[in-house]
Design a protein around this ligand. Structure first.
Ligand SMILES: [Zn+2]
Length: 490
């Protein structure tokens, strides 16, 4: 099926800059995009300000709260959501699945809530799916997924005019179910694909499991599917999630955290009470010191903190977009991964999906910076090794970190973490990489794996490896048939 509402404009790894056309709102949303969550009962920052001051192109509100609300239901039906919230951009509505997960039941069907969402003027509606939590037994995950899938099929038959409809991807922590759910959702006529029920994983800092869940869902979804990481609002993990291929995020965190005096940063969450300085230059942090902010009464302090939280969150989205344009999203992810050991686990899990990311990664970018052992697992390194497959040296071949030698038929360079390559490729991406003088074990081991790969593909050649002080762990990976020479004096 051809989907014409989402177009990818630029790509880096699994990360992309896209354009999501929202026909009912008459707007195009640039992704990655953040959807601030607006609770009509508790408006912390006015939606009109979200648009004018923070640049929000899209927000999300809960249609089930409106549906049940004596205060707002009629207003929403009469004037529409855009008027009620005073917001001109795109409005996505959730269905009450969250309430279903929290309280066990809700009193509305998929058909009723979709019609209601349509009637209040929502631009992107949501059926009532079942958000199956992580780690449930397989039987439950399967049977709840079946219900979700029935509801998606039903949702596709409800006439909602130009309103786009979400097709949530569930399946708990079972990779095969997530993949199957992704494929099924993609095959419906629905439009946007939230990966659901990942909030418990994030609350428990299980970023590696989150990466596996997203990777599985993405395997089932087509490359032109806009993907929403549902409930993910902490800027610390946006870069990682974007690198996996997530396009939309929603943040209730900016307001909820502010209520508890929590201050968001890309390196984690701080308590206002613990801060002597603000590591930020947003209007709030530029105008007040932490002491001054503590002096405000509860409501004002909450609002000011929420504004800082929004500023830092939107700033991170812009930082990520620029990184995609510059081709250094992985450097950003790697940097963010240093904020917390659990984030490092997430980044390492991402490395295990390098082959999946490699398919979408552009062949050439600006520069590759080797920043840690994890850089050796990047898609570009994998691609280089695959490319070795197609290169066939002949005769006696020197693979060297030093100078070429006339005593051999061919002299190739060896550079960690990539491994061997013909000198003629030296100026091509990613072999132009900036690597540290003090390379780590993972980089050398990766290069040794490249040597092993080349040798395995070219058994008729006679290989010599000349290296400067490679560690034992790397030399152990070099095949026995290779003559190894240690170079002295770098
Ligand atoms: Zn700030």
């Amino acid at each position: 099926m051809e989907r014409d509402i989402f177009e990818v404009r630029a790509q880096d790894g699994g990360g992309r800059i896209g354009e999501l056309t929202v026909p009912r709102a008459g707007v195009t949303v640039e992704t990655p995009a953040l959807l601030p969550v607006v609770n009509p009962h508790v408006v912390t920052v006015d939606p009109s300000r979200l648009e004018s001051e923070f640049g929000a192109e899209i927000l999300i509100t809960n249609s089930y709260i409106l549906y049940k609300s004596e205060d707002f239901r009629d207003d929403a039906l009469d004037g529409g959501l855009h008027e009620l919230l005073d917001f001109d951009g795109a409005i996505m509505t959730d269905s009450g699945s969250f309430q279903l997960a929290e309280y066990g039941e809700i009193s509305v069907t998929t058909e009723e809530i979709l019609r209601f969402q349509h009637d209040v003027g929502s631009d992107i509606g949501t059926p009532v799916d079942i958000p199956t939590p992580p780690d449930v037994d397989r039987e439950r995950a399967e049977s709840e997924l079946e219900t979700t899938q029935e509801r998606l099929e039903l949702a596709a038959t409800v006439d909602v005019g130009e309103m786009l409809v979400n097709a949530p991807v569930q399946g708990s922590t079972y990779a095969d179910l997530r993949e199957k759910a992704g494929r099924h959702a993609y095959d419906t006529e629905l439009d946007v694909f939230p990966v659901g029920a990942v909030v418990p994983l994030m609350n428990e800092y299980r970023y590696d499991d989150m990466v596996d869940v997203v990777a599985a869902a993405k395997r089932g979804l087509g490359a032109d599917a806009p993907v929403h990481l549902f409930g993910a609002g902490h800027p610390m993990m946006f870069a990682l999630a974007v690198a996996m291929g997530c396009d939309l995020f929603d943040s209730a965190a900016y307001a909820l955290y502010a209520r508890d005096d929590r201050y968001l940063t890309v390196r984690g969450t701080k308590q206002l009470d613990d801060l002597e300085y603000f590591p930020c230059s947003c209007p709030i942090c530029a105008n007040y010191t932490p002491d001054e902010l503590r002096e405000f009464d509860d409501w004002e302090r909450e609002e000011l903190l929420a504004e800082h939280n929004l500023h830092v969150t939107f700033e991170e989205i812009r930082t990520i977009k620029q990184a995609i344009r510059s081709g250094d999203l992985f450097e950003l992810v790697e940097n963010r991964a240093r904020a917390h050991p659990a984030m490092l686990d997430g980044y390492r899990a991402l490395g295990a999906h390098a082959a999946q990311l490699e398919r979408a990664d552009p062949a050439s970018k600006g520069a590759f910076f080797y920043l840690s052992g994890e850089s050796a697992a990047r898609p570009e390194v994998l691609r280089h090794r695959e490319r070795l497959f197609r290169l066939n040296p002949e005769g006696r071949v020197l693979l060297t970190e030093g100078n070429p030698s006339k005593n051999y038929d061919e002299s190739w360079r060896v550079v960690p973490p990539f491994g061997p390559f013909p000198r003629a490729l030296s100026e091509t991406y990613p072999l132009t990489a900036e690597i540290p003088e003090r390379m780590d074990g993972a980089g050398y081991e990766s290069a040794a794996r490249g040597v092993a790969r080349l040798v395995a593909e070219n058994q008729e050649c006679e290989f010599t490896l000349a290296h400067y002080d490679w560690p034992e762990s790397a030399l152990a990976l070099v095949p026995e048939s290779v003559r190894v020479v240690e170079l002295s004096d770098a």
